[in-house]
Design a binder for this molecule. Structure first.
Ligand code: CMC
Length: 430
C-alpha cells in the first residue's frame, strides 16, 4: 500500500518515511520508525492529525459531509435498509443476500434473552441509578455469565460473543429503563423485528396488550442505522485500545459505553435536549448564542460542532426528517422544543462565529426531540446510542483482532514533570 515516501528533517537528521495511501481520503505518513531513527516522538494531543489504525469499515469526509459504511452512503442505507442488515454489512463487509439476512436475523433473535440471574444485578442498583451506569456494569458483567465466548483467539467464540452483544443490548437497555420506573421487565418476543421488540420491551406492561407502531419502529430503526458506526471516534478508539491488550469483548464494549457517556460524545443528545428545555422559548435564543460565543463562559451549544464534520453532519439531515415524521405520526403539531431547535439552527447557521468556525448541527441536535416524543426519558438517550453503536464497536474490534500486525496500543508522552531527584524523609522535609 506504500506508494511513495516523505522526507522529514528532525534536528540534523533527515529520514525517509513511507507514505501510505487509502482508497479515498488523506494519505498518511507512516511514522512508526521515527523514534528508532531520530529518538523523537510525535506530539498530537486529541489525535487531530494521527491515524491510529488502517480500517475498511467506515469512511467520513468531514468537509463534504459524507459518511459511508463499507462504501455505501448513510442516506441510502437509512432510506432503504434496516438496522440488522446494516449490522451484517458492518460486520462482514457486504450487504447480505436474502438467505444470509434471514439466517443472520434468526441468529441474533435467538440470543435476545439474558441469563435470568442478570435480574439480580439490577436489583442491586439504587432506583435512581443512571441507566448508563447500569449499562457499563451489566455489559461488563456479561463476561461473568458467558465464559464460553471470551476466548478471543477462537473465531467461533468471537462470533458468538458478537451475536450475544448485538442481541442482548436492547434487552439490557429496556431492563435498565423498566427498573428506573419501577415496572416489571418485559421478556423479548422473538417474532418481532429487532427494533419493534425493543420498543415492546420498553413500553409494554403485563396488564395491557401492546401494539408496536410501525412508523415509530421504522424511525427508531433508522436512528439505530445512523448511529451504528463512526470510524475512530473516542469510544471506538477506547474499545480498540482495551481490546489491544487481549481483554475479552464484553469488557471492551463496557469500556466503550463508559467513554460514550461523556457530554462531548454520546452524552450530547441528553445535553442538547436539556439545553433546548432551558432555553424554553425562541426569544431567549440570542442570550444563549451570546453565551456560546463568550470565551469566558464554558457554555457550548450542545448538538453543534464536530471534530470531523466541518459541514452539515449528513446524519443530522436524516435525523431532522425523522423528527418531523415522528411528530406527525404522534399528532404533535406544536412542539415548543422543536420551535426552539428550528429557530436556533437558523440563527446559528447565519451567525459569523458559527459560520467561521464551521459549527453545524450534528446528529444529536434533533435526536433528543425525536426520542422524547417517542416516550424515552432523557437519561435513556445515550443508552440508545450505545445500543446502536455496539455493532460498530464490535466490527472495529474484530477487524483489529483479525489483523496479524495487531499489537498492544501504547501511546508515548512528552514528560514535563520533575527530573530524577532523591527521596527525603518526612523529618528532613522543610
Ligand atoms: N458551541 C460554541 N462553540 C463551539 C462549539 C459549540 N458547540 N463547538 C466548538 N466550538 C468552538 C470552540 O470554542 C473552539 O473555539 P476557539 O477556536 O475560538 O477556541 C472551536 O469552536 C473549535 O472547537 P474545539 O473544541 O477545538 O473542537 P473539537 O473538535 O475539539 O470539539 C466537539 C468537537 C464535538 C467536542 C465540540 O464541537 C463540542 O463540544 N460540541 C458540543 C457537544 C456535542 O454536540 N457533541 C456531539 C458530537 S456528535 C456525536 C458524537 O459523535 O458523539
Amino acid at each position: 500500500m506504500s506508494s511513495s515516501t516523505s522526507t522529514v528533517t528532525v534536528g540534523d537528521k533527515s529520514v525517509e518515511l513511507p507514505v501510505k495511501e487509502g482508497t479515498i481520503g488523506p494519505s498518511v505518513v507512516d511514522i512508526s520508525k521515527l523514534y528508532g531513527q531520530t529518538g523523537m516522538f510525535t506530539y498530537d494531543p486529541g489525535f487531530t492529525s494521527t491515524a491510529a489504525t488502517e480500517s475498511k469499515i467506515t469512511y467520513i469526509d468531514g468537509d463534504k459531509g459524507i459518511l459511508l459504511y463499507r462504501g455505501y452512503p448513510i442516506d441510502q442505507l437509512a432510506e432503504h435498509g434496516d438496522f440488522l442488515e446494516t449490522c451484517y454489512l458492518l460486520l462482514y463487509g457486504e450487504l447480505p443476500t436474502a438467505a444470509q439476512k434471514a439466517d443472520f436475523d434468526y441468529r441474533v433473535t435467538r440470543h435476545t434473552m439474558v441469563h435470568d440471574q442478570m435480574n439480580r444485578f439490577f436489583t442491586g442498583f439504587r432506583r435512581d441509578a443512571h441507566p448508563m451506569a447500569i449499562m457499563v456494569a451489566c455489559v461488563g458483567a456479561l463476561s461473568a455469565f458467558y465464559h464460553d465466548s471470551t476466548d478471543i483467539s477462537d473465531p467461533h467464540q468471537r462470533m458468538i460473543a458478537s451475536m450475544r452483544m448485538i442481541a442482548k443490548m436492547p434487552t439490557l437497555a429496556a431492563m435498565a429503563y423498566k427498573y428506573s420506573i419501577g415496572q416489571p421487565f418485559v421478556y423479548p418476543q422473538n417474532d418481532l423485528d429487532y427494533t419493534s421488540n425493543f420498543l415492546k420491551m420498553c413500553f409494554a406492561v403485563p396488564a395491557e396488550e401492546y401494539k408496536v407502531n410501525p412508523v415509530l419502529s421504522r424511525a427508531l430503526d433508522r436512528i439505530f442505522i445512523l448511529h451504528a458506526d463512526h470510524e475512530q471516534n473516542a469510544s471506538t478508539s477506547t474499545v480498540r485500545l482495551a481490546g489491544s491488550s487481549g481483554a475479552n469483548p464484553f469488557a471492551c464494549i463496557a469500556a466503550g459505553i463508559a467513554c460514550l457517556w461523556g457530554p462531548a460524545h454520546g452524552g450530547a443528545n441528553e445535553a442538547a435536549l436539556k439545553m433546548l428545555e432551558e432555553i424554553g422559548t425562541p426569544d431567549r435564543i440570542p442570550e444563549y448564542i451570546a453565551k456560546a460565543k463568550d470565551k469566558n463562559d464554558p457554555f457550548r451549544l450542545m448538538g453543534f460542532g464536530h471534530r470531523v464534520y466541518k459541514n452539515y453532519d449528513p446524519r443530522a439531515r436524516i435525523m431532522q426528517k425523522t423528527t418531523h415524521e415522528v411528530l406527525n405520526e404522534l399528532g404533535i403539531k406544536d412542539d415548543p422544543l422543536l420551535d426552539v431547535a428550528v429557530e436556533l439552527e437558523q440563527i446559528a447557521l447565519k451567525d459569523e462565529y458559527f459560520v467561521e468556525k464551521k459549527l453545524y448541527p450534528n446528529i444529536d441536535f434533533y435526536s433528543g426531540i425525536t426520542l422524547k416524543a417517542m416516550g424515552f426519558p432523557t437519561s435513556m438517550f445515550t443508552v440508545l446510542f450505545a445500543l446502536a453503536r455496539t455493532v460498530g464497536w464490535i466490527a472495529q474490534w474484530s477487524e483489529m483482532i483479525e489483523d496479524p500486525s495487531q499489537r498492544i496500543g501504547r501511546p508515548r508522552q512528552l514528560y514535563t514533570g520533575s527530573p530524577e531527584r532523591d527521596y527525603v524523609t518526612v523529618a528532613q522535609r522543610g
